[in-house]
Design a protein around this ligand. Structure first.
Ligand code: IMP
Ligand code: MG
Length: 185
């Protein structure tokens, strides 16, 4: 961070997606999910921590009965590209027979998500779909069908709206590009 006591917004070079644009798109996604999952009482599942900002806004745009659950993972050291992860906090609910909608903040290679979807599928949900806010489709190493998608991103590291750099910047209400001096700190 550049500013230990100043505003984190001062570390941003450029806003890539404004707060207004994000909110408008999240409202559209919530409306579509409410339509598609009417009478299905879906379980929205997210991985901590990046997804919490998107999840909190999306939930409030969904008008049908639904429930939410979270899991936490840690990457195995030494195998960053395999997508193999350790589940450090599992879901609190059984998903067997439930209509599960997996919510993600961003999909890049898709390796981590693909691993988690395989894991969830073994628990035999009634259905399993993916809703992602941000996507870099040209970075994908494994094909993953996306039922709902917010925006496509350029090939630059971004922060804000749940996305972090070294744990910081998740609380920015927009998606932005870090200034050079703020990177890697
Ligand atoms: P992958 O799809 O398995 O490659 O992993 C994507 C993960 O990388 C996301 O869940 C984020 O935690 C992280 N990530 C990818 N791109 C960015 C970015 O631009 N900013 C912050 N985190 C990112
Ligand atoms: Mg994530």
């Amino acid at each position: 961070m550049l500013n230990a006591d100043g505003s984190i917004a001062d570390d941003i070079e450029q806003v890539i997606i404004s707060a207004d644009k994000i909110q408008a798109r999240v409202a559209e996604l919530g409306a579509a999910i409410s339509r598609d999952y009417a009478d299905k009482d879906p379980l929205l599942v997210g991985v901590l921590s990046g997804v919490v900002v998107f999840m909190a806004d999306l939930l409030r745009q969904i008008t049908i009965p639904m429930a939410v659950d979270f899991m936490a993972i840690s990457q195995y050291a030494g195998s960053p590209s395999s997508g193999t992860v350790r589940i450090t906090k599992d879901l609190d609910h059984s998903i067997t027979g439930r209509h599960v909608l997996f919510i993600e903040d961003i999909i890049d290679t898709g390796l981590t998500l693909s691993y988690l979807l395989r894991n969830l599928r073994t628990r035999q949900p009634a259905s399993l779909n993916v809703c992602v806010l941000l996507d870099r489709p040209y970075r994908r190493l494994i094909d993953i069908p996306l039922a709902y998608k917010g925006f496509e991103l350029p090939d630059t590291f971004v922060v804000g709206y749940g996305l972090d750099a070294g744990g910081h910047y998740r609380n920015l209400p927009f998606i932005g590009l870090l200034k050079d001096q703020a990177r890697g700190r």
